[in-house]
Ligand binder design. Sequence first.
Ligand SMILES: *[C@@H]1O[C@H](CO)[C@@H](O)[C@H](O)[C@H]1NC(C)=O
Ligand SMILES: *[C@@H]1O[C@H](CO)[C@@H](O)[C@H](O)[C@H]1NC(C)=O
Length: 410
Amino acid sequence: MATMVVYLCVLSLLFLPFSSAAGRRGISQQTLEVQKHLNKLNKPAVKSIKSPDGDIIDCIHVAHQPAFDHPSMKNHTIQMRPSFHPELGVNFGESKASTKSKRVTQLWHTKGRCPEGTVPVRRTKQDDLLRASSVKSYGRKKQTSIPKPKSSDLDFISASGHQHAIVYVEGDKFYGVKATINVWEPKIQQSNEFSLSQVWILGGSFGEDLNSIEAGWQVSPDLYGDNNTRLFTYWTSDSYEATGCYNLLCSGFIQINNEIAMGATIYPISGYHSSQYDINLLVWKDPKEGHWWMQFGNDYVLGYWPAFLFSYLSDSASMIEWGGEIVNFESEGQHTSTQMGSGHFPDEGFGKASYFKNIQIVDGSNNLRPPKGIGTYTEQPNCYDVKTGKSGDWGNYFYYGGPGRNPKCP
Ligand SMILES: *[C@@H]1O[C@H](CO)[C@@H](O)[C@H](O)[C@H]1NC(C)=O
Ligand SMILES: *[C@@H]1O[C@H](CO)[C@@H](O)[C@H](O)[C@H]1NC(C)=O
Protein backbone atom coordinates (compact mmCIF):
# COMPACT_ATOMS: atom_id res chain seq x y z
CA MET A 1 0.00 0.00 0.00
CA ALA A 2 2.77 2.41 0.98
CA THR A 3 4.69 1.70 -2.21
CA MET A 4 1.53 2.36 -4.14
CA VAL A 5 1.10 5.81 -2.54
CA VAL A 6 4.71 6.67 -3.24
CA TYR A 7 4.32 5.46 -6.78
CA LEU A 8 1.23 7.63 -7.25
CA CYS A 9 3.08 10.66 -5.82
CA VAL A 10 5.92 10.14 -8.23
CA LEU A 11 3.44 9.79 -11.04
CA SER A 12 1.76 13.06 -10.10
CA LEU A 13 5.10 14.81 -9.84
CA LEU A 14 6.00 13.53 -13.25
CA PHE A 15 2.76 14.21 -14.99
CA LEU A 16 0.98 17.08 -13.28
CA PRO A 17 3.38 19.86 -14.22
CA PHE A 18 3.59 18.50 -17.71
CA SER A 19 -0.16 18.18 -18.27
CA SER A 20 -1.01 21.57 -16.76
CA ALA A 21 1.67 23.23 -18.88
CA ALA A 22 0.20 21.57 -21.93
CA GLY A 23 -3.27 22.67 -20.83
CA ARG A 24 -2.12 26.27 -20.38
CA ARG A 25 -0.50 26.28 -23.77
CA GLY A 26 -3.70 24.82 -25.32
CA ILE A 27 -5.92 27.42 -23.68
CA SER A 28 -3.76 30.40 -24.55
CA GLN A 29 -3.46 29.23 -28.13
CA GLN A 30 -7.23 28.92 -28.35
CA THR A 31 -7.67 32.32 -26.71
CA LEU A 32 -5.31 33.86 -29.24
CA GLU A 33 -7.12 32.24 -32.12
CA VAL A 34 -10.50 33.36 -30.76
CA GLN A 35 -9.24 36.91 -30.21
CA LYS A 36 -7.79 37.04 -33.71
CA HIS A 37 -11.03 35.85 -35.25
CA LEU A 38 -13.09 38.30 -33.17
CA ASN A 39 -10.87 41.17 -34.35
CA LYS A 40 -11.44 40.07 -37.92
CA LEU A 41 -15.23 39.78 -37.56
CA ASN A 42 -15.89 42.83 -35.39
CA LYS A 43 -14.99 45.99 -37.22
CA PRO A 44 -14.46 49.32 -35.44
CA ALA A 45 -17.89 50.80 -34.74
CA VAL A 46 -19.11 54.35 -35.29
CA LYS A 47 -21.75 53.67 -32.63
CA SER A 48 -22.83 50.61 -30.61
CA ILE A 49 -26.33 49.77 -29.42
CA LYS A 50 -27.12 47.33 -26.62
CA SER A 51 -30.23 45.34 -27.49
CA PRO A 52 -32.55 44.04 -24.73
CA ASP A 53 -31.81 40.45 -25.87
CA GLY A 54 -28.12 40.87 -24.93
CA ASP A 55 -26.88 41.52 -28.47
CA ILE A 56 -24.60 44.41 -29.24
CA ILE A 57 -25.32 45.99 -32.60
CA ASP A 58 -22.29 47.80 -34.00
CA CYS A 59 -22.90 50.51 -36.58
CA ILE A 60 -20.02 49.96 -39.02
CA HIS A 61 -19.06 52.34 -41.80
CA VAL A 62 -20.52 50.81 -44.96
CA ALA A 63 -17.08 50.54 -46.60
CA HIS A 64 -15.57 48.78 -43.55
CA GLN A 65 -17.99 45.84 -43.40
CA PRO A 66 -16.64 42.25 -43.51
CA ALA A 67 -17.44 41.84 -47.23
CA PHE A 68 -14.48 44.03 -48.11
CA ASP A 69 -11.97 41.74 -46.38
CA HIS A 70 -11.91 39.58 -49.49
CA PRO A 71 -9.03 40.42 -51.85
CA SER A 72 -11.28 40.27 -54.90
CA MET A 73 -13.55 42.87 -53.27
CA LYS A 74 -10.85 45.50 -53.03
CA ASN A 75 -11.80 47.13 -56.31
CA HIS A 76 -15.53 46.54 -55.99
CA THR A 77 -17.64 49.67 -56.31
CA ILE A 78 -20.44 49.34 -53.82
CA GLN A 79 -23.92 49.55 -55.36
CA MET A 80 -26.17 51.69 -53.20
CA ARG A 81 -29.28 50.46 -55.01
CA PRO A 82 -30.24 47.81 -57.54
CA SER A 83 -30.70 48.89 -61.16
CA PHE A 84 -33.99 47.01 -61.28
CA HIS A 85 -36.69 45.90 -58.85
CA PRO A 86 -39.17 43.20 -59.94
CA GLU A 87 -42.11 44.96 -58.27
CA LEU A 88 -41.21 48.49 -59.27
CA GLY A 89 -39.26 48.23 -62.53
CA VAL A 90 -36.28 50.50 -63.13
CA ASN A 91 -37.67 53.85 -62.04
CA PHE A 92 -38.07 53.31 -58.34
CA GLY A 93 -36.31 55.40 -55.76
CA GLU A 94 -36.49 57.84 -52.93
CA SER A 95 -40.25 58.45 -53.15
CA LYS A 96 -41.13 55.14 -51.57
CA ALA A 97 -39.24 55.77 -48.34
CA SER A 98 -42.36 57.30 -46.79
CA THR A 99 -44.45 54.11 -47.05
CA LYS A 100 -42.52 52.12 -44.46
CA SER A 101 -44.57 49.56 -42.60
CA LYS A 102 -43.17 49.24 -39.08
CA ARG A 103 -45.12 46.22 -37.95
CA VAL A 104 -42.44 43.58 -37.69
CA THR A 105 -38.99 44.93 -36.98
CA GLN A 106 -36.05 44.06 -34.79
CA LEU A 107 -35.76 44.18 -31.03
CA TRP A 108 -32.65 46.41 -30.92
CA HIS A 109 -34.64 49.27 -32.51
CA THR A 110 -36.08 49.97 -29.07
CA LYS A 111 -32.60 51.15 -27.98
CA GLY A 112 -31.44 53.21 -30.96
CA ARG A 113 -30.69 53.40 -34.65
CA CYS A 114 -27.60 53.35 -36.84
CA PRO A 115 -26.62 56.59 -38.60
CA GLU A 116 -26.70 57.04 -42.39
CA GLY A 117 -23.61 55.66 -44.08
CA THR A 118 -23.27 52.80 -41.59
CA VAL A 119 -24.66 49.27 -41.48
CA PRO A 120 -25.82 47.48 -38.31
CA VAL A 121 -23.76 44.36 -37.59
CA ARG A 122 -24.45 41.93 -34.74
CA ARG A 123 -21.24 41.78 -32.70
CA THR A 124 -19.72 38.31 -32.37
CA LYS A 125 -18.79 37.55 -28.76
CA GLN A 126 -16.15 35.27 -27.36
CA ASP A 127 -18.89 32.92 -26.11
CA ASP A 128 -20.30 32.65 -29.63
CA LEU A 129 -16.97 31.33 -30.89
CA LEU A 130 -16.45 29.06 -27.89
CA ARG A 131 -19.78 27.32 -28.58
CA ALA A 132 -18.60 26.39 -32.08
CA SER A 133 -16.69 23.14 -32.57
CA SER A 134 -13.82 25.25 -33.92
CA VAL A 135 -13.19 28.91 -34.64
CA LYS A 136 -13.09 28.13 -38.36
CA SER A 137 -16.47 26.39 -38.31
CA TYR A 138 -18.27 29.27 -36.57
CA GLY A 139 -21.01 30.70 -38.75
CA ARG A 140 -20.79 27.88 -41.28
CA LYS A 141 -23.01 24.91 -41.90
CA LYS A 142 -21.45 21.64 -40.82
CA GLN A 143 -22.73 19.51 -43.66
CA THR A 144 -24.81 19.49 -46.76
CA SER A 145 -28.37 20.02 -45.67
CA ILE A 146 -30.18 21.04 -48.82
CA PRO A 147 -33.44 19.16 -49.13
CA LYS A 148 -33.18 16.89 -52.15
CA PRO A 149 -36.67 16.21 -53.47
CA LYS A 150 -37.04 12.97 -55.44
CA SER A 151 -33.83 11.74 -53.87
CA SER A 152 -33.60 8.03 -53.23
CA ASP A 153 -30.52 8.65 -51.12
CA LEU A 154 -32.09 7.77 -47.78
CA ASP A 155 -28.69 7.18 -46.21
CA PHE A 156 -27.84 10.79 -46.78
CA ILE A 157 -31.01 11.91 -45.04
CA SER A 158 -30.73 9.74 -41.96
CA ALA A 159 -26.99 10.31 -41.69
CA SER A 160 -27.22 14.09 -41.74
CA GLY A 161 -30.19 14.21 -39.36
CA HIS A 162 -31.71 17.14 -41.20
CA GLN A 163 -35.44 17.00 -41.85
CA HIS A 164 -37.52 19.21 -44.07
CA ALA A 165 -41.07 20.06 -45.03
CA ILE A 166 -40.87 22.07 -48.23
CA VAL A 167 -42.48 23.18 -51.47
CA TYR A 168 -40.31 23.47 -54.60
CA VAL A 169 -40.17 24.22 -58.31
CA GLU A 170 -37.48 23.14 -60.75
CA GLY A 171 -36.80 22.64 -64.45
CA ASP A 172 -36.74 26.28 -65.47
CA LYS A 173 -34.53 29.33 -65.10
CA PHE A 174 -35.40 31.42 -62.07
CA TYR A 175 -34.25 34.94 -61.29
CA GLY A 176 -35.71 35.46 -57.86
CA VAL A 177 -38.15 34.40 -55.16
CA LYS A 178 -40.68 36.08 -52.92
CA ALA A 179 -42.66 34.90 -49.90
CA THR A 180 -44.55 36.10 -46.88
CA ILE A 181 -43.42 33.93 -43.97
CA ASN A 182 -45.30 33.50 -40.72
CA VAL A 183 -42.91 34.01 -37.76
CA TRP A 184 -42.83 31.72 -34.69
CA GLU A 185 -40.41 30.68 -31.98
CA PRO A 186 -40.18 26.88 -32.19
CA LYS A 187 -38.79 24.98 -29.19
CA ILE A 188 -35.38 23.39 -29.64
CA GLN A 189 -34.71 20.20 -27.69
CA GLN A 190 -30.93 20.54 -27.43
CA SER A 191 -28.61 23.40 -28.21
CA ASN A 192 -26.84 21.85 -31.20
CA GLU A 193 -30.16 21.38 -33.02
CA PHE A 194 -31.96 24.21 -34.83
CA SER A 195 -35.23 25.04 -36.54
CA LEU A 196 -35.54 27.36 -39.49
CA SER A 197 -38.03 28.55 -42.09
CA GLN A 198 -36.55 29.91 -45.28
CA VAL A 199 -36.31 30.15 -49.04
CA TRP A 200 -33.55 28.43 -51.02
CA ILE A 201 -32.28 29.66 -54.38
CA LEU A 202 -30.28 26.85 -55.91
CA GLY A 203 -28.04 26.56 -58.95
CA GLY A 204 -26.13 23.59 -60.32
CA SER A 205 -26.46 19.99 -59.30
CA PHE A 206 -26.53 18.52 -55.83
CA GLY A 207 -22.87 17.63 -56.30
CA GLU A 208 -19.78 19.37 -55.03
CA ASP A 209 -20.40 22.72 -56.64
CA LEU A 210 -23.98 23.48 -55.67
CA ASN A 211 -24.65 27.22 -55.40
CA SER A 212 -27.16 28.31 -52.79
CA ILE A 213 -28.59 31.56 -51.47
CA GLU A 214 -30.83 31.20 -48.42
CA ALA A 215 -32.85 33.61 -46.31
CA GLY A 216 -35.47 33.37 -43.60
CA TRP A 217 -35.79 33.07 -39.84
CA GLN A 218 -34.10 30.59 -37.51
CA VAL A 219 -33.78 29.54 -33.90
CA SER A 220 -30.25 28.24 -33.37
CA PRO A 221 -28.93 28.17 -29.79
CA ASP A 222 -25.42 27.17 -30.84
CA LEU A 223 -25.09 30.01 -33.33
CA TYR A 224 -26.65 32.79 -31.22
CA GLY A 225 -26.57 31.59 -27.61
CA ASP A 226 -30.33 31.86 -27.05
CA ASN A 227 -33.70 30.62 -28.29
CA ASN A 228 -34.76 33.80 -30.07
CA THR A 229 -36.12 33.86 -33.60
CA ARG A 230 -33.61 35.65 -35.81
CA LEU A 231 -33.44 36.92 -39.37
CA PHE A 232 -30.72 35.11 -41.28
CA THR A 233 -29.11 34.57 -44.65
CA TYR A 234 -26.70 31.94 -45.90
CA TRP A 235 -24.76 31.43 -49.09
CA THR A 236 -22.34 28.90 -50.54
CA SER A 237 -20.89 28.29 -53.99
CA ASP A 238 -19.49 24.82 -53.34
CA SER A 239 -22.06 22.77 -51.42
CA TYR A 240 -20.98 24.15 -48.03
CA GLU A 241 -17.36 22.99 -48.42
CA ALA A 242 -15.04 26.00 -48.43
CA THR A 243 -17.22 28.99 -49.22
CA GLY A 244 -20.09 30.74 -47.56
CA CYS A 245 -21.49 31.54 -44.15
CA TYR A 246 -24.43 32.87 -42.22
CA ASN A 247 -25.20 36.58 -42.24
CA LEU A 248 -22.08 38.76 -42.40
CA LEU A 249 -19.81 36.19 -40.76
CA CYS A 250 -17.53 36.03 -43.78
CA SER A 251 -16.75 38.14 -46.79
CA GLY A 252 -19.70 37.81 -49.16
CA PHE A 253 -22.94 39.68 -48.68
CA ILE A 254 -22.62 43.46 -49.04
CA GLN A 255 -25.08 45.31 -46.84
CA ILE A 256 -26.29 48.81 -47.68
CA ASN A 257 -29.24 49.18 -45.29
CA ASN A 258 -28.77 50.89 -41.89
CA GLU A 259 -31.96 49.61 -40.22
CA ILE A 260 -31.98 45.82 -40.35
CA ALA A 261 -29.20 43.67 -38.86
CA MET A 262 -28.58 40.15 -40.10
CA GLY A 263 -28.86 37.66 -37.26
CA ALA A 264 -30.85 40.07 -35.06
CA THR A 265 -33.97 39.06 -33.15
CA ILE A 266 -37.25 39.55 -35.02
CA TYR A 267 -40.02 41.11 -33.00
CA PRO A 268 -42.89 40.47 -32.40
CA ILE A 269 -43.59 36.80 -33.14
CA SER A 270 -46.86 34.88 -33.54
CA GLY A 271 -48.70 33.14 -30.71
CA TYR A 272 -50.88 30.04 -30.80
CA HIS A 273 -54.51 31.08 -31.30
CA SER A 274 -53.28 34.66 -30.92
CA SER A 275 -51.84 37.51 -33.04
CA GLN A 276 -50.03 36.41 -36.19
CA TYR A 277 -46.93 38.14 -37.55
CA ASP A 278 -45.29 37.72 -40.94
CA ILE A 279 -42.13 38.85 -42.67
CA ASN A 280 -41.83 39.51 -46.40
CA LEU A 281 -38.70 38.41 -48.17
CA LEU A 282 -37.75 39.08 -51.76
CA VAL A 283 -34.49 37.99 -53.37
CA TRP A 284 -33.86 38.81 -57.03
CA LYS A 285 -31.13 39.03 -59.58
CA ASP A 286 -30.30 42.43 -60.97
CA PRO A 287 -30.48 41.88 -64.76
CA LYS A 288 -27.83 44.54 -65.41
CA GLU A 289 -25.12 43.94 -62.77
CA GLY A 290 -25.97 40.29 -62.09
CA HIS A 291 -25.92 40.69 -58.29
CA TRP A 292 -28.52 38.93 -56.14
CA TRP A 293 -30.37 41.51 -54.04
CA MET A 294 -32.39 40.97 -50.90
CA GLN A 295 -35.31 42.93 -49.51
CA PHE A 296 -36.86 42.52 -46.05
CA GLY A 297 -40.40 43.76 -45.48
CA ASN A 298 -41.83 46.04 -48.13
CA ASP A 299 -39.11 48.67 -48.06
CA TYR A 300 -35.84 47.51 -46.63
CA VAL A 301 -33.46 46.72 -49.47
CA LEU A 302 -30.72 45.12 -47.37
CA GLY A 303 -27.93 44.61 -49.87
CA TYR A 304 -26.64 42.02 -52.29
CA TRP A 305 -24.47 39.01 -52.99
CA PRO A 306 -22.09 40.02 -55.79
CA ALA A 307 -22.41 37.88 -58.93
CA PHE A 308 -18.74 36.87 -58.81
CA LEU A 309 -19.28 34.82 -55.64
CA PHE A 310 -21.13 32.19 -57.68
CA SER A 311 -20.72 29.94 -60.68
CA TYR A 312 -24.21 28.69 -61.67
CA LEU A 313 -26.06 31.47 -59.87
CA SER A 314 -24.10 34.09 -61.80
CA ASP A 315 -26.46 33.04 -64.61
CA SER A 316 -29.73 31.89 -63.01
CA ALA A 317 -31.22 29.51 -60.46
CA SER A 318 -32.44 26.07 -61.50
CA MET A 319 -34.52 25.33 -58.40
CA ILE A 320 -36.41 27.29 -55.76
CA GLU A 321 -37.54 25.88 -52.42
CA TRP A 322 -39.65 27.28 -49.59
CA GLY A 323 -40.22 25.69 -46.17
CA GLY A 324 -38.83 24.44 -42.89
CA GLU A 325 -35.80 22.49 -41.75
CA ILE A 326 -34.76 21.08 -38.39
CA VAL A 327 -31.89 18.97 -37.10
CA ASN A 328 -32.76 15.70 -35.41
CA PHE A 329 -29.92 14.25 -33.31
CA GLU A 330 -32.19 11.51 -31.93
CA SER A 331 -30.70 11.75 -28.49
CA GLU A 332 -31.53 8.69 -26.37
CA GLY A 333 -32.65 6.92 -29.54
CA GLN A 334 -35.86 8.91 -29.84
CA HIS A 335 -36.88 11.41 -32.48
CA THR A 336 -36.15 14.97 -31.38
CA SER A 337 -38.93 17.10 -29.97
CA THR A 338 -37.47 20.14 -31.73
CA GLN A 339 -40.39 21.87 -33.39
CA MET A 340 -40.71 23.06 -36.97
CA GLY A 341 -42.80 26.15 -37.76
CA SER A 342 -45.23 26.65 -34.89
CA GLY A 343 -44.74 23.09 -33.64
CA HIS A 344 -48.21 22.20 -34.95
CA PHE A 345 -49.24 20.20 -38.02
CA PRO A 346 -50.56 21.90 -41.19
CA ASP A 347 -54.09 20.50 -40.61
CA GLU A 348 -54.62 22.90 -37.70
CA GLY A 349 -54.68 25.87 -40.07
CA PHE A 350 -54.47 29.61 -39.47
CA GLY A 351 -53.42 30.90 -36.06
CA LYS A 352 -52.07 27.49 -35.08
CA ALA A 353 -49.90 26.12 -37.88
CA SER A 354 -47.15 28.17 -39.55
CA TYR A 355 -47.46 29.17 -43.22
CA PHE A 356 -45.79 30.72 -46.24
CA LYS A 357 -48.17 32.73 -48.43
CA ASN A 358 -48.03 34.53 -51.77
CA ILE A 359 -45.05 32.46 -52.80
CA GLN A 360 -43.74 33.70 -56.13
CA ILE A 361 -40.76 33.37 -58.44
CA VAL A 362 -39.09 35.88 -60.75
CA ASP A 363 -39.22 34.55 -64.33
CA GLY A 364 -36.97 35.06 -67.37
CA SER A 365 -38.73 38.35 -68.15
CA ASN A 366 -38.01 39.62 -64.63
CA ASN A 367 -41.66 39.41 -63.64
CA LEU A 368 -42.91 38.09 -60.34
CA ARG A 369 -45.41 35.31 -60.90
CA PRO A 370 -46.88 32.32 -59.07
CA PRO A 371 -44.74 29.19 -59.38
CA LYS A 372 -46.02 26.58 -61.84
CA GLY A 373 -45.95 22.84 -61.18
CA ILE A 374 -44.92 22.95 -57.52
CA GLY A 375 -43.94 19.78 -55.70
CA THR A 376 -43.83 19.05 -51.97
CA TYR A 377 -41.27 17.06 -50.02
CA THR A 378 -40.94 15.82 -46.45
CA GLU A 379 -38.94 12.91 -45.07
CA GLN A 380 -41.34 11.86 -42.31
CA PRO A 381 -44.84 13.37 -42.58
CA ASN A 382 -45.70 11.97 -39.15
CA CYS A 383 -43.04 14.24 -37.65
CA TYR A 384 -43.30 17.35 -39.87
CA ASP A 385 -45.71 17.78 -42.77
CA VAL A 386 -46.60 20.23 -45.54
CA LYS A 387 -49.94 21.05 -47.24
CA THR A 388 -50.38 23.43 -50.18
CA GLY A 389 -53.34 25.58 -51.22
CA LYS A 390 -54.36 28.50 -53.39
CA SER A 391 -56.69 31.40 -52.74
CA GLY A 392 -57.44 34.94 -53.87
CA ASP A 393 -55.86 36.69 -50.91
CA TRP A 394 -53.03 34.33 -50.19
CA GLY A 395 -52.08 33.28 -53.74
CA ASN A 396 -50.06 30.07 -53.62
CA TYR A 397 -49.59 29.18 -49.96
CA PHE A 398 -48.78 26.25 -47.72
CA TYR A 399 -48.91 25.27 -44.10
CA TYR A 400 -45.93 23.31 -42.81
CA GLY A 401 -44.25 22.02 -39.66
CA GLY A 402 -45.00 19.84 -36.69
CA PRO A 403 -43.95 18.87 -33.18
CA GLY A 404 -41.32 16.27 -34.02
CA ARG A 405 -41.56 13.49 -31.45
CA ASN A 406 -45.14 12.26 -30.90
CA PRO A 407 -46.83 8.82 -30.73
CA LYS A 408 -46.64 8.49 -34.55
CA CYS A 409 -43.06 9.80 -34.65
CA PRO A 410 -41.34 7.93 -31.82
C1 LIG B 1 -7.42 46.68 -58.37
O1 LIG B 1 -7.11 47.76 -59.21
C2 LIG B 1 -5.71 48.02 -59.33
C3 LIG B 1 -5.53 49.27 -60.15
O2 LIG B 1 -6.43 49.32 -61.21
C4 LIG B 1 -5.03 46.80 -59.94
O3 LIG B 1 -3.62 47.02 -60.04
C5 LIG B 1 -5.30 45.58 -59.09
O4 LIG B 1 -4.76 44.42 -59.69
C6 LIG B 1 -6.79 45.39 -58.86
N1 LIG B 1 -7.00 44.32 -57.91
C7 LIG B 1 -7.88 43.33 -58.08
C8 LIG B 1 -7.94 42.31 -56.99
O5 LIG B 1 -8.61 43.25 -59.04
C1 LIG C 1 -33.49 27.22 -24.78
O1 LIG C 1 -34.60 26.36 -24.59
C2 LIG C 1 -34.29 25.12 -23.95
C3 LIG C 1 -35.54 24.29 -23.88
O2 LIG C 1 -36.22 24.27 -25.09
C4 LIG C 1 -33.73 25.38 -22.56
O3 LIG C 1 -33.35 24.17 -21.98
C5 LIG C 1 -32.53 26.30 -22.68
O4 LIG C 1 -32.07 26.65 -21.40
C6 LIG C 1 -32.86 27.56 -23.45
N1 LIG C 1 -31.63 28.30 -23.67
C7 LIG C 1 -31.50 29.60 -23.36
C8 LIG C 1 -30.15 30.17 -23.62
O5 LIG C 1 -32.43 30.27 -22.96
